[in-house]
Design a protein around this ligand. Structure first.
Ligand SMILES: [Zn+2]
Length: 475
């Protein structure tokens, strides 16, 4: 079946035709590791995790790359605030990210490159842009010259002159055009820096993603994805830099997921409705959050409400109960291995399966696809309500179970038994105990503080005190 995707670059629904038949090269912009990820981040990581896994289900070989931005203004600000090196901030929140991924059931990418590891490639790319006349050096800074790329604005559908009028960009008189953006920023006092031909400094955010995506997926690759807030300027700038340097089309399909609102408002720290993933995971397991996000099309805005989460809880419970009952009923009987497609009793399941897959293939229409999944549950429950099941019925149920497991290989809403995956909760609890221990130590309550450390040690958690604060690891 062909898969159709809405391409932001053409504003159209397009048939997905990969550069290499049967293969998908897929890049997703990862987070800046300066804080715990929030629910808006989680939406992007979940929906593209589902798409990645749906490609695999559909027989594609997927190479999935997600960067971690570990060099950025936000990290430097956080490090200065916390009085720790930027590298410590980056390491702490990268580790937290993977704990949150585990909690959300988001599979790790094949590669998670970081900006610090990719510094050589980034510098080469900037040198190349300068040599080809697309970038210029002022003092020890390097800027990309947007006027040199006539197609600038093609992703966001904006024209250069419109952008200039609307641009809320800090005025830097050294720029030829206010829209020119930084490729390399010279070091300011107290900032981390890397050596470069232009002096010590650090790369701009956009060039990091161009370098990391092309390093791992080649100059032209299939899919580049992220939240809709990244369309401009981040993705627009990535296209400009990459296509100027290679002279080739960069990513073919640009996918963007919609915003997340909380009770009708934009989520923001100033509104006090900011929700980190680990905070929400203490109340709702990852399978519930996945179910919540899948019940809305990925490109539409989604409103997070308690009512919506409760609906996801009951939907998720219904599925898990069904799957447990089905597995129990089939215990002791084996699938015959013969095709059930001709059986009359399987026909209703076969057509629901086909509709589910075609909904997924239609720009990942997860609301329609999950509705078909519940149709299957309803039909199968009719069988499970019977006291006696014929051999044919059992064969149909075996086929249904295999189908449902196939669907869950991309939805990830049934999942493993939840207690196996409490890493985010464990992390949050340990962090809380570390804070309490710190408060006790400040009050010179040494015995109690030591008791916390020892009891954690007995449970297999080792605390490590350092100048920058206390970290922890499992034994
Ligand atoms: Zn990016």
């Amino acid at each position: 079946m062909t898969i159709k995707l809405h391409n932001t670059l053409t504003s159209r629904l397009e048939e997905f035709i990969p550069n290499q038949p049967g293969k998908v090269d897929f890049y997703v912009c990862g987070p800046t590791v300066y804080d715990y990820i929030h629910l808006g981040n989680a939406r992007a990581f979940i929906v593209f995790d589902v798409l990645r896994r749906f490609f695999t289900y559909s027989g594609y070989e997927v190479k999935y790359v997600m960067n971690l931005t570990d060099v950025d203004d936000k990290i430097i600000q956080r490090a200065q605030k916390d009085g720790t090196p930027a590298s410590v901030v980056g390491e702490k929140f990268s580790k937290a990210l993977f704990e949150d991924f585990a909690g959300l059931g988001v599979q790790r990418a094949d590669v998670h490159p970081t900006a610090t590891e990719s510094m050589d490639q980034i510098i080469v790319l900037i040198q190349d842009l300068i040599a080809k006349g697309f970038a210029y050096v002022v003092d020890s800074d390097v800027f990309f010259e947007v006027d040199k790329f006539p197609e600038y604005g093609k992703l966001s559908g904006k024209k250069l002159d419109q952008l200039q009028v609307g641009a809320r960009i800090e005025v830097d008189s050294r720029k030829k055009n206010p829209l020119d953006f930084s490729l390399w920023k010279s070091q300011k006092p107290g900032e981390p820096a890397w050596d470069s031909p232009w002096g010590p400094g650090r790369p701009g955010w956009h060039i990091e993603c161009s370098a990391m995506s092309m390093q791992h997926l080649g100059q032209s690759f299939d899919i580049h994805a992220g939240g809709v807030d990244l369309v401009f300027p981040h993705h627009e700038n990535e296209i400009a830099q990459s296509e100027c340097v290679t002279g080739k089309p960069f990513a073919k399909y640009w996918l963007h997921n919609g915003f997340l609102n909380i009770d009708g408002d934009k989520m923001s720290k100033s509104l006090g409705n900011f929700r980190t993933v680990r905070e929400v995971l203490t109340k709702y397991p990852g399978v519930v959050l996945r179910m919540f996000f899948l019940q809305k099309h990925y490109r539409s805005p989604i409103d997070l409400t308690e009512a919506g989460l409760h609906a996801a809880v009951s939907a998720s419970e219904r599925l898990r109960t069904f799957y447990a009952k089905l597995s129990e009923r089939l215990e002791g009987s084996a699938a015959s291995g013969e095709s059930v497609s001709d059986l009359e009793a399987y026909k209703v399941f076969a057509s629901a399966k086909q509709e589910l897959v075609s909904a997924m293939s239609d720009d990942m229409n997860t609301p329609a696809a999950t509705a078909r999944l519940f149709d299957i549950v309803r039909e199968a429950n009719k069988f499970l309500a019977e006291e006696e099941l014929s051999e044919t019925d059992l064969q149909v149920l075996h086929a249904v179970k295999a189908d449902v497991e196939g669907f869950d290989s991309f939805f990830g809403v049934i999942g493993e038994a939840i207690p196996d995956d409490n890493s985010a909760l464990v992390g949050a609890l340990v962090e809380t105990l570390i804070d309490v221990r710190e408060a006790l130590r400040n009050k010179k309550e040494w015995a109690l503080a030591d008791q916390i450390r020892d009891r954690l040690q007995e449970s297999g958690i080792v605390l490590e005190d350092a100048a920058s604060g206390t970290g922890w690891r499992k034994k």
